[in-house]
Design a protein around this ligand. Sequence first.
Ligand SMILES: [Fe+2]
Ligand SMILES: [Fe+2]
Length: 611
Amino acid sequence: MASIPAWRSLLPGTLALALLVACAPDGSSAPRQAAPAPAAGEAAAADALAEAVAGLRARIVSQVPADQLAGLTPARVLDLASDAERQLLATGFLGFTVDAPATVHVLLSPDADEAPFWLAEQGFERSGLDALVDGDDDFRGWSKQVPAGEVALGVHSLGLGDKPYLVVVGPAEAGGAQPAISNQWPAQMTVAVAEAGVRAFADDTDEIDAIAPALEGLALLQTLEKRENAAGLAGYFRSTPHPSSAAADHVVLTWSGDPATTQSIQWRTGPGSTHARVRYAADGAGPVVVDASSAVLHTPDVANDPEVMRHTAVLGGLQPGTTYRYAIGDGASWGEEREFTTAPERDGGFSFIYMGDAQNGLETWGELVRSARAAHPQAAFYVMAGDLVNWGERRDDWDLLFHNARGVYDTRPLVAAIGNHEVDEGHADLYVAQFDLPRNGPDGIEPERVYSMEYSDALFVVLDSNLEPEPQVEWLDQTLGASEATWKFVVFHHPLYSPRPGDRGQPELKAAWTPVFEKHGVDLVLTGDDHAYMRSHPLRGDQVMESPADGPIYILSVAGTKMYGQEDAPYVARRFTDIATCQVIDIEGGRLEYTSYDIDGQVMDAFSVEK
Ligand SMILES: [Fe+2]
Ligand SMILES: [Fe+2]
């Protein structure tokens, strides 16, 4: 039996007997919940392990040369661990109590190449009693016998992205009494009967498809899938190809206020840089200098550039339809001079560009966006419908995006929506930290994830399709209803109409949002996610309409290199895949011209709307 980590003594006594396993009339083991499991156990377990992992990461950074961090192996990680850290990695991932001698089966996900280091050390042996999970994942069984008492097991992996193991508990001897499980930590784990059709994890929909007959009917401890990166050490450190310096780079324009009279400018420097001011001037006017607000962005996983400064200057009181030159500096010396142009007064014609997922192949995407900037200099801003990057929680991926957007987003504002790849465990931390966006979304939703703005005679509503649709409905209805703009565009990530094969429908989003779009005469719904191109006919109540006046046109597109297939569907007006595109939308009064181009400037789709 492994020794119990010292922090376990901190757990509340009320954990006892949170779950019992009783014997069902047919002789199989059926779980029943005796009392709600307190959350404190999960927090304590996660905290103790997280503290050890954070300490180990810090020691790794101090002892391993920066150029070796990205190639760190699990064996090297263990060499660097202190005895206490090693002990916690070996026993601090999860645990439980059995009230009688038991056989504990640990079923390892195939994600990790190697069995965890502690498994054989604790006396587990390969049992050959396996399970199939979620279609084709073969979880390999290891087992050992334990006396009555506490069982503490170690981390499933020292890497990232490997699913945790499952635990099955049975009698010490075949045919013996089924031991009761109690005191499990983290307390959010649940107990079920091990059999096909049961969820493998407490917090995920993956199911057990098949399980070795000898394990069938025993107690399954459903572990927490979300803890897959709990001991992410090997593979945790990466290096950015574009580290920061004292000079400002990754300059991005956005709006958090009225596009006619404000401009937000954001950029990056290395820590301690004093380049936190903007000087700007319209033609013939004297320059104005404003201070930025600055914040440190800690990203310890970016081994060669773990800390950067993000600066945001918000310029106000600007004149509509006016071009300003601006430069970033410290007040004494100034960098490269760039320009931006405010939105025209209402009714002024304008153009903008809409693109789908960049996400993969950001160098190739960079060529597309920079060629769009050169070919369509009149386009006033760039709408991105989510999945700007593949790894939203990795700053080095954002560095790649910003680097490739050089010469584009520093002179033409970005209007962004959040894709699923910007979200990690429900949060979009780096997205929110790096973009200054309007804070006019629904109450109860994190600011900047849902917002609206008017540009000339057009309303842009940006929704977050990663969040529940219902809490956005009332605000959407009010925002669309209150606007007198001639043109109404809605932007979000997940398409409501997609001809991609398989189950890609968004029935909840569609049911909640399309009636509101139809009620308020939304013109275009701009989305991404399905890595192809599709433009629908005008649709109302899922029916194809004659005229755009009768229902919105739904568009999905892709700007990166990942591509998915498509099928025919009655609502499709135009579709293709394997081609990255940019869409130019020109508006002049009551006329809208839409043109989709590939990277060579070839027209891939076009239509117009007249009001
Ligand atoms: Fe996506
Ligand atoms: Fe995507």
